[in-house]
Design a protein around this ligand. Structure first.
Ligand code: ATP
Length: 516
């Protein structure tokens, strides 16, 4: 199936099964804004818990925070967002579609990379075991030509981005003959800067109102509170503050479902360190965060680091953790060494000291910061993309069947177990309900009696429920039930008193956390 079709199916599945709905749908929706349904909210909460516990629970030097979305407007001046939180945009005059100039150019670079990879894969098939990739890449003419084009484009692009040279970005688009994917033409407007912050007014009368911004990142709430937390919690550097919460960006291009939203949720951790040690900590958090992703078991080769070519105004090192989505490798998380830029700037703008007194060295200094910043919604999309499977099945009687199954890690599954009475009679529903009533204190359970058992299994497969329990006539005699496993579809007979321990072993978050 083409990757685009997979993505369309994912979007449809998320809506049909109560994970994600377009916002304000009865009014035809609101671009790049989405609502989470009954299963979506559970999955989202479970991801959030995995993130939170991995930092706050497992590290005695990391604590949480919940800062307000509204903040003093000068914060965004100090952070550089008022002047520099821009994306370069360009319009196609024929399709009237708007694009990010940097994304168009990055896609062009990905095309060259794709061409090279195709040649390499073709040769790998042709030469089999004797294939020497390094030699092939350094001698094949087509690969070398594309590599040269890629490198030329790359260095031109990095220079233009670092100098914020909008004319040069436009010239690159023209020289590379990049066309609009909708109209197919090269009829581009000039490239302009566009600030991504939403603003509104705070105050009761027009005269007293002041312009405030909806935060475009949660990090600033941590910076302005770092001394409050440090002093009240008697924290010693190095220490971290973790926060989850909504962020808002008026994104130019909003066509990739919950990958790029205008209202989204971030999970950010700022780690405060002595100046000069930041790159060491940067490397530490790079590895630690990659481990967190890989522990979910979706396959190590689906993740990679992408070091930034263009460093943001505040950073001296930055990398992204990218996941291989159906539409290619894309960023899920950013790890940034933010230096003392933010704290230093807040010190300057507020006139308040942001220094930390180090009792070990008797010195005052403004700490350096390494941040890990991940989008909760993007992580949600990553997990759903990895978990979604369409399977062809051959039944016991030889007939064919198919199912859609979400192979979610059981720890993250919205519903952990579903309990079915085989029929609606003979006291089986009562028995099934008594199991739910006992287990609901430990797990998110569902009771279902409608339709055939097969149909009930399919509904639970589609939302990723790892265990289905069936209560039948034998249950009434020996107090055992069948437990059916989502992925293997195998069934075991277990005693009701053992159910809790059997399920807990697989869905307990501590097993996942112990892998970190
Ligand atoms: P991009 O290059 O994709 O615009 P970014 O580099 O601006 O992202 P950061 O500012 O580093 O992103 O934000 C940290 C994380 O927040 C990202 O890795 C991503 O997971 C998430 N994120 C950022 N913007 C959005 C958005 N518009 N919608 C959903 N998630 C987002």
């Amino acid at each position: 199936m083409a990757q685009e079709d997979v993505f369309k199916k994912l979007v449809a599945h998320c809506k049909e099964y109560g994970f994600v709905f377009p916002s304000s749908e009865i009014y035809d929706g609101l671009a790049a804004v989405y609502d989470y349904g009954q299963y979506g909210v559970e999955l989202k909460n479970n991801i959030k818990k995995y993130w939170w516990d991995s930092l706050v629970l497992l590290h005695e030097n990391i604590v949480g925070l919940d800062a307000a979305i509204f903040m003093h407007p000068t914060i965004w001046k100090a952070s550089g967002h008022v002047d520099a939180f821009n994306d370069p945009l360009v319009d196609n005059r024929d399709s009237k579609k708007r694009y990010r100039a940097d994304v168009l150019i990055e896609d062009q670079m990905a095309k060259y990379e794709g061409k090279i990879l195709k040649e390499v894969e073709k040769a790998r098939k042709r030469f089999g075991e004797d294939f020497d990739e390094e030699q092939f890449r350094s001698t094949n003419q087509r690969v070398l030509r594309n590599q040269e084009k890629l490198e030329k484009l790359h260095s031109r692009y990095v220079r233009a981005m670092n100098d914020s040279d909008l004319e040069e970005l436009w010239q690159i688009i023209i020289d590379e003959e990049i066309v609009c994917p909708i109209s197919g033409t090269r009829n581009w407007t000039e490239v302009r800067q566009f600030n991504l912050m939403f603003s509104t007014e705070m105050g009761s009368t027009a005269e007293s109102a002041s312009k405030i911004y909806l935060r475009p990142e949660t990090a600033q709430g941590i910076f302005v509170n770092y001394l409050n937390v440090q002093k009240s919690g008697r924290m010693k550097i190095p220490f971290g503050i973790a926060q989850t919460g909504k962020a808002f960006r008026n994104e130019i291009v909003a066509r990739q479902f919950i990958f790029r939203m205008r209202e989204f949720e971030q999970m950010e951790m700022q780690f405060f360190v002595p100046p000069g040690t930041e790159l060491e900590w940067f490397r530490y958090w790079k590895e630690a965060r990659m481990k967190w992703h890989r522990a979910l078991g979706f396959g190590d080769d689906h993740y990679r680091f992408h070091d930034h070519d263009k460093l943001a105004h505040y950073a001296n090192a930055a990398t992204d953790i990218e996941y291989r989505f159906p539409f290619g490798f894309k960023e899920v998380e950013g790890i940034h060494s933010r230096t003392d830029f933010d704290l230093g700037s807040h010190q300057e703008y507020s006139g308040k000291k942001m220094q930390y007194f180090d009792p070990d060295t008797n010195q005052n200094y403004v700490p350096y910061v390494v941040e890990t910043s991940i989008g909760l919604d993007r992580m949600f999309l990553q997990i759903i993309s990895a978990a979604y499977h369409e399977e062809e099945l051959i039944k016991e009687d030889g007939t064919r069947d198919s199912r859609v199954v979400l192979r979610l890690p059981p720890v993250l599954a919205p519903v952990k177990l579903a309990v079915f009475p085989l029929t609606k009679k003979d006291n089986l529903p009562e028995k099934a309900r008594s199991i739910v009533n006992e287990l609901k204190f430990d797990f998110n359970c569902q009771y279902e009696e409608k339709d055939s058992i097969g149909k009930r299994y399919r509904r639970q497969d589609a939302i990723g429920t790892p265990y289905c329990i069936t209560v039948d006539h034998q249950t009434l005699q020996d107090n055992t039930v069948t437990i059916r496993y989502r992925d293997s579809m195998k069934q075991d007979r277990v005693g009701i008193p053992n159910l809790k321990a059997t399920i807990k072993e697989k869905v307990d978050i501590s097993n996942l956390l112990k892998q970190l």
